[in-house]
Design a protein around this ligand. Structure first.
Ligand code: TGC
Ligand code: FAD
Length: 388
């Protein structure tokens, strides 16, 4: 078989997927080609999240797809990864929306919620009749959530929240915010509903990254939340950190999609652009750059696939996810920058995909743990020494 250098799938990973996984990938891929790519550059340019696509994503079963109950599809974790890959081939903003809804809102409710909370929220979130957000990061620093200032105090059977969260995806559009706050018993999670007195959200503008995604600040000013809205099984910082593991897993796959989009455009350009009497593909340096992109994407694909296998076998460790998020996002950012440069001046236009992906990936390498934080997590796993 001739290795596929177009998709690219150089090591025939397609053959490692089940029929269901291929079917899911192709269905989401068609959605991205037909519904996302025609509008996404305009959304990015005009700082608009394409809300009109959310119900279509829900109809495709893209929210909470690995859960077996509450109206979800019960897909494998590899299928989930492929969904993220295809969405991020469209735009990191779309993948962010799905990451937050599935990994950061449905996951904590499914794992840490009461039966009543699950019944109330999970089917509605799966159908995207309700949208959620996840509030962990605070204005004084996101890398060290253990020092969060937002706090909740018990008062006449309710909880009273005070504090602020910053850089929150979907904050102003969310019907429910999963909010992490310090209590006398350590960190606890709360479901704060839109319209609760004392809870407000406001969008952050002037972003040059993830422009097709809503990013917000959340404020809690004596915000009273009933005990029934506390996640009863969430105790301590490990609860929000376990949610991050889910979202980071999806990002490790998603970054591959962004890199694929950039590589394909660079390859097509190099085949068509004639300079010094020949198309660019005849130049050694261009071939070396394309080969390097292919090498990086291929190793990231293998890494994501094995991570997915481990997750499907319930053997995945969160430090393995850190290694994959670090490697694959760094790979995608490097490929996007290379592709941007290879396109010459045209590469600075949002009419070509690399600059949009490149700018988006500047957020992706920062959120869900910065590259440095993931290096330190892996470093701690190697040495047993904490160096944060
Ligand atoms: P540490 O002592 O390491 O851990 C406390 C407890 O948690 C456990 N744990 C984890 N469990 C599951 N998954 C993980 N990833 C875990 N990491 C740690 C750990 O075993 C321990 O359990 P126990 O039972 O012993 O108590 O805590 P630390 O305070 O030293 O923190 C370590 C550090 C720096 C790794 C952590 O704070 C960290 O990951 N910081 C980065 C914060 C971050 O990534 N924030 C992301 C916010 S959400 C976001 O960005 C969404 S973007 C959304 C989009 O896609 O649009
Ligand atoms: P800081 O933590 O202040 O870090 C600043 C710098 O210091 C970084 O370069 C970092 O790598 C470095 N650094 C940190 N610790 C060390 C150390 N020990 N040694 C050496 N260097 C160190 N958060 C949410 O809770 N929910 C969301 O939905 C969400 N969505 C986001 C969407 C976007 C578009 C963005 C950009 C961010 C989002 N975030 C969200 C926040 C994100 O998780 C944080 O930005 C991230 O965790 C880093 O926190 P910080 O920006 O405060 O940087």
């Amino acid at each position: 078989m001739t290795p596929d250098t177009r998709t690219p799938d150089f090591l025939e990973l397609d053959g490692l997927l089940t029929d269901d996984e291929r079917h899911v990938r192709d269905a989401v891929g068609r959605f991205v080609d037909e519904r996302v790519l025609p509008i996404i550059a305009d959304c990015f340019e005009h700082e608009r999240f394409p809300t009109e696509l959310v119900s279509e994503m829900a109809a495709l079963g893209l929210f909470g797809p690995t859960f077996k109950d509450y109206g979800c599809a019960g897909l494998s974790n590899i299928a989930y990864g492929l969904i993220m890959q295809e969405l991020e081939r469209g735009d990191s903003g779309l993948r962010s929306f799905a990451s937050v809804q599935s990994g950061l809102v449905m996951y904590p409710i499914h794992r840490y919620g009461s039966a009543e909370q699950k019944e109330r929220w999970l089917p509605a979130l799966a159908r995207a009749e309700k949208v959620g957000c996840f509030g962990l990061t605070e204005p004084d620093g996101g890398s060290d959530p253990g020092t969060m200032k937002t706090h909740a105090r018990k008062s006449a059977g309710d909880w009273v929240l005070n504090g602020a969260k910053m850089w929150i995806t979907n904050g102003t559009v969310a019907d429910v915010a999963v909010v992490w706050a310090r209590t006398d018993d350590g960190v606890r999670g709360f479901l704060v509903e839109k319209g609760t007195p004392g809870y407000t959200a406001r969008d952050i503008h002037h972003k040059f990254s993830l422009r097709a995604s809503v990013t917000s600040e959340l404020f809690f000013d004596d915000c009273r939340v009933p005990e029934r809205n506390r996640l009863p099984e969430a105790a301590g910082l490990s609860a929000p950190l376990s949610c991050l593991t889910q979202a980071r897993y999806g990002i490790a796959w998603g970054a591959i999609g962004a890199a694929q989009a950039c590589y394909r455009e660079a390859l097509t350009f190099a085949e068509q652009r004639t300079l010094f009497g020949q198309t660019l593909i005849h130049k050694q340096i261009i071939q070396q750059r394309l080969a390097d992109m292919l090498r990086r994407i291929t190793t990231a694909q293998l890494l994501a696939w094995q991570l997915g296998r481990l997750k499907d076998q319930d053997r995945m460790h969160h430090t393995q996810v850190s290694l994959a998020k670090w490697n694959n996002v760094r790979m995608a950012l490097d490929v996007a920058r290379e592709a941007r440069d290879l396109l010459g001046a045209g590469g600075i236009s949002v009419e070509q995909v690399p600059v949009r992906h490149m700018l988006n990936l500047e957020s992706v390498i920062t959120y869900e743990g910065t590259e440095t934080i993931h290096q330190l997590i892996v470093g701690r796993q190697i040495t047993g020494v904490e160096a944060f």
